[in-house]
Write a protein that binds this ligand. Structure first.
Ligand code: HEC
Ligand code: HEC
Length: 160
């Protein structure tokens, strides 16, 4: 490498460094504040104690049914389910109270469990349209679809 090509090399390198540094300098936006990075109102560096929220303590028969989130949505459980857990192969308290096909189509008095609907007695995969005498296995674990609600406010305001 002679002196001439050496200085050209340095010039080229300096050019590349400027090219690389250019956009960084040009787009230097003000830094994002630590307390506006997430949904939480506090800094990303703080570890706030989560608030405790309550599930309904009302017993079945003393609660009011909740509005459906949308058409055909599984209704939310309005009463406490503490005493009815866990659902096991031997014991399903939910079905014991709600499994009342005789009440289909009847006007229910207050405090009467809403009967498990005909859709839950229909094997939608193998025999859709045929209502059987038995609760279909896919509907056995009620809490897979029906859940109680806490009194927690929505994290983000929404109209859903
Ligand atoms: C002791 C009887 C009883 C047991 C056990 C019971 N429920 Fe209920 N459930 C009721 C009654 C009665 C209502 C009607 C609301 C009320 O009066 O509290 C109801 C309401 C509901 C509703 C709302 C229905 C609607 O029309 O919106 C759902 C869903 C529900 N229960 C699911 C469950 C699940 C899941 C379990 C088991 C974890 C369960 N229930 C256990 C009696 C019972
Ligand atoms: C795979 C999801 C799923 C499971 C599991 C399931 N359900 Fe449902 N349930 C639904 C959906 C969806 C609806 C609303 C549409 C309909 O009526 O079929 C519903 C409706 C209901 C209703 C309201 C009936 C009415 O006339 O308004 C009751 C009561 C109910 N289910 C009880 C139960 C119980 C008790 C169990 C457990 C033995 C159970 N469900 C298991 C999805 C489920």
């Amino acid at each position: 490498m002679n002196q001439h090509s050496g200085s050209r090399f340095i010039q080229t390198m300096a050019g590349i460094v400027l090219l690389l540094a250019g956009p960084v300098v040009a787009s230097a936006a003000p830094p994002i504040k630590a307390d506006s990075m997430g949904l939480s109102k506090s800094s990303v560096f703080s570890v706030p104690e989560p608030k405790a929220y309550d599930y309904p303590a009302t017993q079945p028969g003393a609660s009011k049914v909740l509005p459906r989130a949308y058409k055909d949505a599984p209704p939310q459980v309005p009463h406490s389910i503490d005493e009815f857990q866990p659902i096991t192969a031997q014991m399903n308290m939910c079905a014991a109270c709600h499994g009342q096909p005789a009440l289909w189509g009847q006007k229910l008095e207050k405090g009467t469990p809403t009967p498990i609907p005909p859709s839950h007695y229909t094997d939608l995969r193998n025999a859709p349209g045929k209502v059987t005498q038995n609760l279909i296995g896919a509907r056995y674990n009620c809490n897979q679809c029906h859940v109680p609600q806490t009194n927690a406010p929505a994290l983000v305001k929404n109209t859903f």
